[in-house]
Structures are given as C-alpha cells and as structure tokens.
Design a binder for this molecule. Structure first.
Ligand SMILES: *Cc1c(COP(=O)(O)O)cnc(C)c1O
Length: 372
C-alpha cells in the first residue's frame, strides 16, 4: 500500500517515509494546485522532486548565479513524466483503453512507462529513424506499440490529434492535452520552494513549447497565491535549424542535432510568446555547435550529463553573455533530459583510444602523459 512501510532492521520507519515523501509523485505532492484526480486513478512512478544543482563553472562564464534543474533524474529520465502522470491518471479515470502520442522520443518513452504502469495500451507515432537510441530502447522495453511514419513530428502530431478525436477510447497525451501542462508546472513550484523565492531568469529549450508554457503558468500561480511578489523572466532557446518562434514562421524541414526540439510548428506557440511577453523574457536561437559545446561543458566541468536539447538553455545564457548581455542575479537552467537518452551524440564526437599492452609500463606511461 502506498505510504506504508514496515522494515525489521536498518533505517527507521520514519526516515523511510521522509525519504519517500520527496518522491511521492507530483499529484500527491501538489494535489491542491492540480486538477482533481480520484485517488484510485493515480498513475505515478515517483516523478518530480528533482535536484536544483549549483553550477559554479557555468556561472563564471555566464556572469550570473546559475543553477541547474536536472529533470533527467525523473523516472524515465526527462521532465515529460511530470505531465504524463496527470494525463495518464486522467486517461484511466475516464476509462480509456489506450493512449496515443506523437513524439521526438521523450514523450513516447514517458507515455510507454506510464501506460505500462496504468495497464493500458500505448501507441506512439514517431518520425522514422529520427529517435535517439536511448529513447527507442525505453519505448520497446515498456512494450508500447511504435508506429514509425515517413514524416516529421509535426505530421505525427496531426495524425494523433485526428485519431484521438475520432476514437473516444484513446486518450491523446501530447502537451496539447492541458493535463500535461498542469503536471509540468509543478517544476516551477519546486524551483521556488528550493530557493525560497523565484529566480530572476528561467532558461530552457523550446520545442513544441509546452514546457515554457507550463513553467510560466506555475510561476504565475505561485505569485498569485501570495508566496512570491514576482516571477522570473522566461528565456526560451530554440535550435537554429528549428527556430520557428524566432523566425516568425513555421519550418517545413526542421533540422538539428537536438532531436527533442526538432519541431517546425510548435503546438503551444501562442502560449510561449505570451509567456515571453508577459515575463519580459526572450526567445532566441542557438546553433548546434553552441548546444553541443554547452552539453560538453556541463558534463566535463559540472559533472552533469544531459542530452543535447537540454543544454540549449545553458548555451543561450552563454551566448548572451558573450554578446555582452550577461544576466545579473539568479538564473535557473532547466536540463530537460538525461544524457544517456542519446549516446550517439557523444560517441560521434569522441573516440576510444587504441588498446595498450596489459603492463604497468604501458598504462603508467599513458597516465604520465596525461598528467604532465
Ligand atoms: C520535450 C523536450 C523538450 C521540449 O519541450 P517542449 O515542451 O516541447 O517545448 C526539450 N528537451 C527535452 C529533453 C524534451 O524531451
């Protein structure tokens, strides 16, 4: 039974309950701020409660105090789980037999896991050959039904919307489903709670633009309930090859190494632009090179490994600083997904050295060379 534990030895019962409380899932933790969901319908794998990590090396470069909200530590290793727990719980409460989503990978991985947990069927519609390997593996492991289409994410989303419209036993769990936004806004609450106040800037990658919409909703609600008297400026960053919000028009063939934000026609574009306008923020683009450099910097100097798209917020802050627009105060960068999602992005830029003899001399020589 959730919430009850009995242990003979080791950690006391109390400590276990305390430890568990931090990862009780976002519905239970923020119940009064979320749509009502019957207890019996809750589908949770302990999402949320992710750490806010200080980033001294990035801070030095960005000219601001930078903190990393590491969403790669959610159950399926991306922030998508926060919205999925709410959307899937509702799908169950409404008696759906299945869920469906279009995905660049992480929505599908999350939907697959939560549908497995809920005991309903999961259909994921993805662009053929465009899903990072870690995400494909998750979808397969959880037993979702994959439909690869000869088209991009935007085409996949259109198909899903139509199918969910025509079948009332299939729930659409993309971020156009308002339950997803509701769940995702809890990350803004966690940031405010962890720092005891909202940051000055929140920087994050923007693809379909659900997440920037959700954060802004969360910060506004936090302010409205009197827990803070201000809200952060929202800084959204798109990859240059998939930057419709920056260019002001859709992209027919979005291209970027950051597959999670390879989207040419963001479903929540109006809400994203509203968030930027209301908060006094900005939407900018960063190049693939800037994204990969930021990813490497995070991994090599902060010890935090995120997938390429997730580094766009950091890439954006560093770019602004280089252009003389360093941010004062506290900036939180959302690292949306874990680096292991997309091993190829790293493997392609690195190489394993040739083997050496299994001798003390050979290994010693190598270490000497590196350290001298
Ligand atoms: C989904 C996703 C994004 C983009 O979020 P949107 O809500 O589509 O803007 C960014 N990074 C990762 C890792 C994602 O999975």
């Amino acid at each position: 039974m959730p919430g009850t534990f009995s242990f003979e030895k080791g950690a006391s019962r109390f400590q276990m309950i305390e430890a568990q409380a931090a990862r009780q899932g976002v519905i239970k933790r923020y119940r009064e701020r979320l749509p009502e969901i019957p207890e019996a319908a809750i589908v949770s794998i302990g999402e949320g409660g992710t750490p806010l990590i200080e980033a001294p090396r990035i801070s030095e470069r960005a000219g601001a105090s930078v903190y990393l909200k590491f969403e790669g530590l959610n159950p399926t290793a991306s922030f998508k789980d926060r919205g999925m727990t709410v959307a899937m719980s509702r799908a169950v409460a409404d008696g759906n037999l299945a869920c469906i989503c279009a995905s660049t990978g992480n929505t599908a991985a999350s939907a697959a896991a939560y549908a497995a947990r809920a005991g309903i069927e999961c259909f994921v519609i993805v662009p053929a050959g465009k899903i990072a390997s870690g995400k494909s593996v998750q979808i397969l492991a959880h037993g979702a039904k994959i439909v690869q289409i000869e088209g991009n994410f935007d085409a996949a989303l259109k198909l899903c919307r139509r199918i969910a419209e025509e079948r009332d036993d299939v729930a659409l769990v993309n971020s156009v489903n308002p339950d997803r936004i509701e769940g995702q806004k809890t990350a803004a609450f966690e940031v405010c709670e962890a720092m005891d106040q909202p940051p000055d800037v929140l920087a994050l990658p923007v693809g379909n633009a659900g997440n920037i919409t959700a954060y802004w909703k969360g910060f506004k609600e936090w302010r409205k309930s009197g827990l803070a008297d201000r809200a952060p400026r929202m800084f959204g960053f798109q990859a240059e090859g998939a930057s419709p919000l920056v260019a002001g028009h859709d992209f027919d063939n979005p291209e970027t190494v950051a597959s999670a934000i390879r989207i040419g026609s963001p479903a929540s574009k109006e809400d994203a632009l509203t968030a930027v306008r209301e908060s006094g923020g900005l939407i900018e683009s960063v190049t693939d090179e800037e994204i990969l450099d930021a990813q490497a910097l995070l991994a090599r100097e902060e010890g935090v490994f995120c997938e390429p798209a997730s580094a766009a917020g950091v890439a954006g802050l560093l770019k602004l600083a280089r252009e003389g627009h360093g941010q004062e105060g506290i900036a939180v960068c959302v690292l949306t997904g874990h680096g292991l999602k997309d091993p190829q992005a790293v493997v392609e830029r690195s190489h394993l050295p040739e083997p050496v003899p299994a001798t003390f001399e050979a290994v010693g020589r190598y270490i000497e060379r590196v350290l001298s």
